[in-house]
Write a protein that binds this ligand. Structure first.
Ligand code: CUV
Length: 634
């Protein structure tokens, strides 16, 4: 192990007590974690500002970040072209991840309605009807299967259509859609937009940063209002629309006397199948015969968030804790599917004799055990994993150390439930929320989302930012690793209302809700889009999403997916702040375009801040600006 890590104080790496305890244990055990590598490997200063072009072999060309216009690439590409190209490719990659995930869910839906998959069935037919109606599919007097088949055919266009507008455009507020049509950024189909984005960012194609920005927005919108939204809706239809459920989050959900199985990744099918296998009486019996008190299934990252929202499944923590949880020695198997799976999990798992299993052909890890999950027979894979975990339980070493701390909170706030809870109907207009915003009890709405990053003290910015927002009467909607940070910090329970400003606290106390509402995984950011759309359509808060007193933030982001999400919020009309770092050369025209000019065209805009209080200040100032423009500031 490198020496520098000895100098890095654990309290500088994380505010998550359990993760801190496990970093300390890993150091004692001589096991390197990604925190150590982040401390030892400085970020490339040119790459950090996105000032390197490596799209052909004439380069790679490095620009001067201190004087970005003093040179151009060998082909003549300017700094604006280079940074916009790099940014566009990040958006394309992030969009590809969410849309590929969504397409997988849609295929599962097709197989379920066709009877090819009999392990799952439609759990929420009401949601199926609601989505079908929103897309103008006739529902009256028809069999559910007929409607479902039409819905499948319609939603498939989200991915494969080559011309026209993706189906979910019907759910966008008319004025917002009109502005996209004027700008020429309505997505045709995700595959087409990603393909065109890759084409236009190749050597010698689109070399006008403003023109590139249009395709960047169109690609990102194919994610938020396309791939991600379809994924959320189909997952709700198949596995149930979330409603509030009390859940424990943190490493303390591991149990020394049970067979602990962790599922980490993004696509709900693995964890849904695992829930069935973990409840199998034969396998439970086998676990008890092995000396365990039962099987303890636990989620991590986004697939964990899906199951937490829908089934109240315990959750062990976010992205920065996936190695650390293995250090407990108490994990009897960790199985993964796609996205945010660190390659080093395999090595750390080996250090603690934990079986580490990949399950998706799209995401193998060199040297790791792979058990393919066949969606037509998913239990074959998950049963095998449970058996492996039971075997490991029998031969567990003695050095188990489980951090005690967990955060108990309420999660599972679908946009349907938020409305219902505030006094509206489950699937009706957003009148009660709008009224509370207009009367000023709720100052505005903030989405605080996204990853954790080992270059940023884990959870710190998420928690401090959210505390400051609720203190100022801003209702916070959450997804992803951010939601888990707040859950561990204990801010997702109704008791957190005591930390809110007087107006928000009053609403929370009347309704019995926390001021921090967890909506689920990263694809569930599409729930925030629909909530925003419903707020606009309800009336009283302007005509476009850009008129709403709302703002977004991903304070500790790390994934390309986060950039795609940020861009679709910006294109949808939301001021979106990222923290810690931003892939942008400062002082460029492209920076001005994203951070200032887009807003003047009626979109949202990007923002950047490193300090959570500064993030909150910028978001609140923006919310107040929108309140003033609406004439509702008293
Ligand atoms: Ni999709 S994308 S680290 S698990 S939120 Fe968590 Fe969430 Fe970022 Fe990954």
């Amino acid at each position: 192990m490198a020496k520098l890590q000895e100098l890095i104080n654990v309290s500088d790496l994380t505010t998550c007590e359990a993760t801190a305890q496990m970093i300390t244990k890993a150091r004692k055990d001589g096991v390197e974690l990604f925190f150590d590598r982040a401390s030892n490997m400085k970020a490339c200063p040119i790459g950090a500002e996105s000032a390197c072009c490596k799209h052909c072999s004439m380069g790679p060309c490095r620009m001067n970040v201190n004087s970005p216009y003093d040179r151009v690439g060998i082909c003549g590409a300017t700094i604006d072209t280079i940074v916009a190209r790099n940014f566009g490719r990040m958006v394309a990659a992030g969009t590809a991840a969410h849309t590929d995930h969504g397409m997988g869910m849609l295929e599962l839906f097709r197989d379920v309605i066709n009877g090819k998959n009999t392990d799952f069935k439609i759990q929420d037919p009401m949601k199926l009807l609601e989505v079908a109606k929103a897309l103008d599919i006739v529902t009256e007097g028809r069999e559910l299967k007929e409607i479902a088949l039409d819905l499948y055919a319609e939603l498939e266009k989200t991915y494969t259509q080559v011309d026209g507008e993706i189906p979910m455009m019907k759910r966008v507020p008319p004025k917002t859609l009109e502005s996209w049509r004027k700008e020429g950024i309505v997505p045709r189909g995700a595959m087409r937009e990603i393909m065109e984005m890759m084409h236009r960012t190749a050597i010698g194609v689109d070399q006008d940063y403003e023109n590139l920005t249009k395709q960047i927005s169109r690609t990102a919108l194919a994610d938020g209002w396309g791939g991600s939204m379809v994924s959320t809706d189909i997952t709700d239809i198949l596995f149930g629309t979330p409603s509030p459920v009390e859940v424990e989050v943190g490493m303390g959900v591991l149990k020394e006397d049970k067979v602990n199985i962790i599922v980490h990744g993004h696509e709900p099918i693995l964890l849904e199948a695992m829930i069935i296998s973990a409840a199998d009486p034969e396998l439970k019996k086998m676990a008890i015969e092995a000396g365990a008190k039962g099987i303890n299934l636990i989620g991590m990252c986004c697939s964990g968030l899906d199951a937490l929202s829908r089934h109240g499944l315990p959750h062990a923590g976010n992205f920065s804790s996936t190695e650390a949880v293995l250090v407990t020695g108490a994990v009897d198997a960790m199985c993964v599917d796609v996205q945010c799976i660190k390659q080093d999990l395999k090595r750390v798992a080996e250090c603690y004799d934990t079986p580490f299993i990949t399950t998706n052909y799209r995401a193998k890890i060199e040297g790791a055990l792979h058990i393919q999950l066949d969606e037509h027979d998913p239990l074959k894979c998950t049963e095998e994993i449970v058996i492996k975990a039971i075997t490991r339980f029998k031969t567990r070493g003695k050095t188990i150390e489980i951090p005690r701390k967990t955060g108990l909170g309420v999660h599972g706030f679908s946009y349907e439930y938020i409305n219902y809870m505030l006094g509206g109907s489950f699937r009706g207009s957003y009148k009660p929320l709008n009224e509370n915003i207009i009367n000023g009890r709720i100052r505005g709405v903030a989405g605080v989302v996204g990853c954790t990053n080992p270059r940023s003290k884990q959870d710190f910015s998420h928690v401090e930012l959210v505390k400051e927002l609720i203190r100022n009467d801003v209702l916070v909607l959450q997804t992803g690793c951010s939601q888990l940070a707040l859950a561990k910090a204990g801010l997702t329970g109704p008791g957190a209302a005591a930390m809110a400003g007087p107006g928000l606290a009053e609403v929370c106390e009347t309704v019995g809700m926390p001021p921090v509402l967890g909506l689920g995984s990263c694809v569930d950011n599409s729930r925030i889009l629909i909530a925003a759309s419903k707020m606009v359509r309800t009336g009283g808060l302007g005509e476009t999403i850009a008129d709403l007193p709302a703002a977004g933030c991903a304070p500790e982001w790390m994934s390309e997916k986060a950039i795609a999400i940020g861009q679709y919020f910006v294109a949808s009309g939301v001021y979106t702040i990222f923290g810690h770092t931003f892939p942008m050369t400062k002082g460029t025209k492209f920076e001005k375009h994203l951070f200032e000019e887009l807003e003047t065209k009626g979109f949202g805009k990007w923002g950047f801040a490193d300090d959570p209080l500064e993030m909150a200040r910028l978001m609140i100032a923006h919310i107040d600006k929108k309140r003033q423009a609406l004439g509702i500031d008293k």
